[in-house]
Design a protein around this ligand. Structure first.
Ligand SMILES: [Zn+2]
Length: 264
């Protein structure tokens, strides 16, 4: 309940400041593969490095082994590095059509994790609450919601209209941060319960996908509490923030980063 009070107070701070609808700058989903003819002294390692791929990615894409010697004049296909990363991050846990949504990539700098602070919260209920009670014209304040087996299937990922239309979030007190932070809400009250195993697996798959899609490093992933430690404990004391963020950094920590941005 304490958390609910905190959330309500936070929500009140957001009320009345309807998110601006930004024009969607469309970005093509994946650049085409390139053809390449092997030159003298080319190696898989050098070519992989040159095109932002791992040796395994380049080798597998061409049906080669990692240590294979290249011949001068040999034809290779160089896959688009972003497409390769997105494919690797995609999994059966992600909702169909997610990777077809056009993303305004330069807009998104953060991915922020919340809990709903209620075990029975539903997308419809939160959408109504944010639209009617909190007067947010774009409704559901988050871009994604991950179910816990009650109002939604366990681990099910719902895509909000704020993601399909690339709209600002309404999930943070700072309007400046709402413009550049993707909001993910895990259904549950993690001050009392824990996220389910499937919820965590889906969160991991979704965050991996978003990091690749928006070309962010794992440093871009924050809990709500990390953004605003004074006003909220969201996503709750039982959310395994440390281990989750550490795993992400181990897996994704080498990606390009947009650099430090002062949090407010
Ligand atoms: Zn929150």
């Amino acid at each position: 309940m304490a958390n609910y009070v905190v959330v309500s107070r936070f929500a009140r701070r957001c009320a009345g400041s309807a998110a601006a609808v930004l024009a969607c700058v469309c970005v093509s989903l994946a650049a085409a593969d390139k053809n390449y003819t092997v030159k003298h002294n080319d190696t898989l390692t050098d070519l992989a490095h040159k095109y932002g791929l791992t040796v395994s990615e380049l080798a597998e894409h061409n049906g080669l082994t990692r240590t294979e010697k290249l011949r001068v004049g040999q034809k290779l296909v160089i896959p688009d590095s972003e497409a390769v990363r997105i494919e690797a991050a995609s999994s059966s846990l992600l909702p169909k059509g997610l990777n077809k949504i056009r993303v305004e990539r330069a807009k998104w700098k953060y991915i922020v994790i919340h809990h709903s602070a209620s075990p029975n919260a539903s997308v419809k209920g939160m959408d109504y609450y944010h639209r009617v009670e909190r007067h947010m014209e774009n409704g559901l304040a988050y871009h994604f919601v991950i179910g816990n087996g009650r109002s939604m299937k366990d681990g099910e990922i719902a895509i909000g209209r704020r993601w399909t239309a690339q709209l600002d979030g309404g999930h943070l007190a700072s309007e400046a941060l709402n413009k550049k932070a993707v909001g993910i809400c895990m259904v549950g009250n993690f001050d009392e319960d824990r996220p389910t195993k499937r919820q965590m697996e889906s969160l991991h798959a979704l965050v991996d996908f978003l990091l690749a899609r928006c070309r962010l490093s794992a440093d871009a992933v924050k809990t709500h509490q990390q953004i605003n430690p004074i006003y909220t404990r969201c996503p709750g004391r039982n959310f395994p923030a440390k281990s989750f963020l550490r795993e992400l950094k181990e897996e994704n920590g080498h990606g390009p980063s947009d650099g430090a941005v002062v949090l407010r």
